[in-house]
Write a protein that binds this ligand. Structure first.
Ligand code: ADP
Ligand code: GLC
Length: 502
C-alpha cells in the first residue's frame, strides 16, 4: 500500500507546533516498518531555503487560481538511512514564496488568502491522488491532517477511483472557516454549500471536508476522541462527530527519542540519565545563567514552552505566579510566542520579579531543549489539549509535569498521591477543575514535595524518565488503520443523514 501523508507543517523544515513534530516522526516510524509512505507539503519560502536538493517531477494545471505549478521531489532532511522519506512539495510561488509563517504574515495577521492557498494545496493533492499529475507513484491512501488538508476528502468524493482517506484532527479549535467571498476563486461545487457538506453558518468550513467525507477519522489521544463528542470541546461540530463516532478513534502521539533524550542530547550543556542524574544540575545552572537568574541549586525552576494562546492556560500560569511569588522563592522560565496580551502580562511580571521570572518571546528549538533539561517542574494547565508533546518530553528529562486532566495530558500523566508515590507509578501532578485554585494547589503540593522529600522527588523524576512513549505502538496502529480504510473504502460513505444538525 502506498500512503501519502498531507500536512501544512513539517519538522525540521517548518514547524508552528506539535503538528510539525508528528508529520516528521509518524512517517519516519512507518518507514522503519517498511511502509511506503511519502509526505506532501507546500513549498513555503523557508522550506525552499532549507531544502538542499530537489527535482521537478511534474507540472500540473490548477485553473483560475494558479495555472501551471510544479511538484518537486526531495527527501525529508535528517531521516535515518533506514527511514528515508520522500517529500513532495507543491510549488506555487504566488502563494507560498513569502516571508512570515505557515498561516500568517511576519506581522502576525492571518494571510487573507488562506482559503485559496490551502484550497490550491488540496487541489494539487487531489491531482496526485487520482494519478492526474503524471507521477508514477499513485497513493492508495491519503492521510490528511487538520483543516489545511480538509478539502482533499471532499474533492476526492467526486472521483470513482479515489484512494481511501483518513483524516486526523490535531486540534478542533482551528477549523478553517471562510466566507463565500474568500473561497470564490476556488470554484467549489455547489453541493458543498449544504449543512450536510461543508457549509457552516453561511461559510465554508475546510475541516468539515475531512470530518464529513473521509473514510475514517482519528484524533491524537483516546481521551480527546471522547471529548470532541461534547459541545464544550467541539466548537459546534459535536453533532457531526457524534454521527460519525463509529469511525472516530484516538491514537496517542509518540515522542522521537532520537531528538528528545537527555542521555544524548547535543543541544544541552551536560547530557544525563537516571544513573548520572546529578548532571541535571549542571543544566539547571546553565539555564539560570542563560536567562540571567540567580544561580541557586535549591530554588525550584518552573517552566513552560508554548504557543501563548488561550488553549495553553497562560492566564492560569500568570495568576499562579502572582500568588506564589509573594510567599516563596521560586524561579520560572517561559519560552513562547503568541498573543500580545499574554506577552504584556508576562513582561509586567518579569519587571516586578527580575530575579524570579525569565521569559524569551520567540521560537527557539535549542532553548526548548535547554529548558527541558534545566527545569524542575513543567507547567501545562491547558484548557484542552488534544495530545500535547511537552509533558512527554518533560518526563523523559526528569522535569515533573503539572497538567490539567484533559485530552492527551490525562492519557499520559499518572497523578501523585500516597498510593502512586508508594508504588512508584506517579509521574506528575494532575488537577481536574480548570481554575486558579486547583492549579495553584497542585503547584504548591509539588513544591512542597520538592523541598521536603528529595528522595521521593527523585523517584518521581525517575518514574517519568522510565516511561516510554515512542512511536512504535502508535505507528503500528496507524498502519493497521490504513489497511482498514483501504478495505472499507466507500462502504461507510456517505455517512450523513439529512436530519443531522451541525
Ligand atoms: P501545540 O501543537 O498545541 O502547540 P504540542 O505540545 O503538541 O502543542 O507541541 C508543541 C511543540 O512546539 C513542542 O515540540 C514544543 O516544544 C514546541 N514549541 C512551542 N513553542 C515553542 C517555542 N516558542 N520555541 C520552541 N519550541 C516551541
Ligand atoms: C495540536 C494540539 C496538540 C497536539 C499536536 C500534535 O497542535 O494542540 O495537543 O499534540 O497538535 O498532534
Amino acid at each position: 500500500m502506498r500512503i501519502l501523508f498531507a500536512t501544512s507543517e513539517l519538522y525540521p523544515l517548518i514547524k508552528m507546533g506539535g503538528l510539525g513534530d508528528v508529520s516528521c516522526n509518524l512517517p519516519q516510524a512507518l518507514r522503519k516498518q517498511g511502509v511506503d509512505i511519502r509526505i506532501v507539503l507546500p513549498a513555503y519560502r523557508s522550506v525552499m531555503q532549507n531544502v538542499k536538493q530537489y527535482k521537478t517531477i511534474s507540472t500540473i494545471n490548477v485553473p483560475d487560481i494558479a495555472g501551471d505549478i510544479n511538484i518537486l521531489e526531495t527527501t525529508l532532511p535528517n531521516s535515518p538511512a533506514n527511514a528515508e522519506v520522500t517529500l513532495y512539495l507543491v510549488d506555487a510561488p504566488a502563494y507560498f514564496d513569502r516571508d512570515g509563517n505557515v498561516y500568517s504574515s511576519a506581522g502576525g495577521d492571518d494571510w487573507n488568502d488562506n482559503a485559496i492557498r490551502f484550497g490550491l494545496f488540496c487541489k494539487a493533492i487531489v491531482q496526485m491522488a487520482i494519478g492526474a499529475a503524471d507521477i508514477e507513484w499513485v497513493p492508495d491512501i491519503i492521510h490528511c491532517n487538520d483543516w489545511p488538508t480538509g478539502l482533499v476528502p471532499a474533492l476526492l468524493s467526486f472521483h470513482k477511483n479515489r484512494p481511501a482517506t483518513l483524516f486526523t484532527i490535531h486540534n478542533l479549535a482551528y477549523q478553517g472557516v471562510f466566507s463565500e467571498e474568500s473561497v470564490k476563486g476556488l470554484g467549489l461545487p455547489n453541493e458543498f454549500w449544504k449543512h450536510e457538506a461543508l457549509e457552516y453558518y453561511g461559510n465554508i468550513s475546510f475541516i468539515k471536508g475531512g470530518l464529513v467525507y473521509s473514510d475514517y477519522i482519528t484524533t491524537v489521544s483516546p481521551t480527546y476522541a471522547e471529548e470532541i463528542l461534547l459541545s464544550e470541546y467541539a466548537y459546534g461540530l459535536e453533532g457531526l462527530l457524534q454521527a460519525r463516532s463509529g469511525q472516530v478513534s484516538g491514537i496517542l502521539n509518540g515522542v522521537n527519542y532520537d531528538d528528545w533524550n537527555p542521555a544524548n542530547d547535543c543541544l544541552i550543556k551536560a547530557p544525563y540519565d537516571i544513573d548520572c542524574i546529578e548532571k541535571k544540575y549542571i543544566n539547571k545552572a546553565d539555564l539560570q545563567s542563560k536567562f540571567g537568574l540567580p544561580l541557586n541549586k535549591k530554588t525550584p525552576i518552573l517552566a513552560c514552552i508554548a504557543r501563548l494562546v488561550e488553549q495553553k492556560g497562560i492566564n492560569l500560569i500568570i495568576n499562579a505566579l502572582e500568588n506564589i511569588l509573594v510567599e516563596q522563592d521560586i524561579q520560572c522560565v517561559i519560552l513562547g510566542s503568541g498573543e500580545e496580551k499574554y506577552i504584556a502580562a508576562l513582561e509586567n511580571l518579569r519587571s516586578r520579579y527580575p530575579n524570579n521570572i525569565a521569559i524569551y518571546i520567540g521560537y527557539d528549538e535549542i532553548l526548548a531543549h535547554v529548558i527541558e533539561a534545566g527545569a524542575d517542574i513543567y507547567l501545562m494547565p491547558s484548557i484542552f489539549e488534544p495530545c500535547g508533546l511537552n509533558q512527554m518530553y518533560s518526563m523523559r528529562y526528569g522535569t515533573v509535569p503539572i497538567v490539567h486532566h484533559t485530552g492527551g495530558l490525562a492519557d499520559t500523566i499518572v497523578n501523585v498521591d500516597s498510593d502512586t508515590l508508594r508504588a512508584r507509578t506517579a509521574t506528575g501532578y494532575t488537577f481536574n477543575d480548570i481554575n486558579d485554585d486547583s492549579f495553584l494547589h497542585a503547584i504548591k503540593n509539588s513544591i512542597e514535595l520538592y523541598r521536603t522529600s528529595p528522595e521521593q522527588w527523585k523517584q518521581l523524576m525517575f518514574s517519568g524518565m522510565r516511561k516510554n512513549f515512542n512511536w512504535q505502538v502508535s505507528s503500528s496502529t496507524y498502519n493497521r488503520l490504513y489497511q482498514f480504510c483501504h478495505d472499507k473504502k466507500n462502504q461507510s460513505w456517505p455517512l450523513l443523514s439529512s436530519d443531522m444538525h451541525v
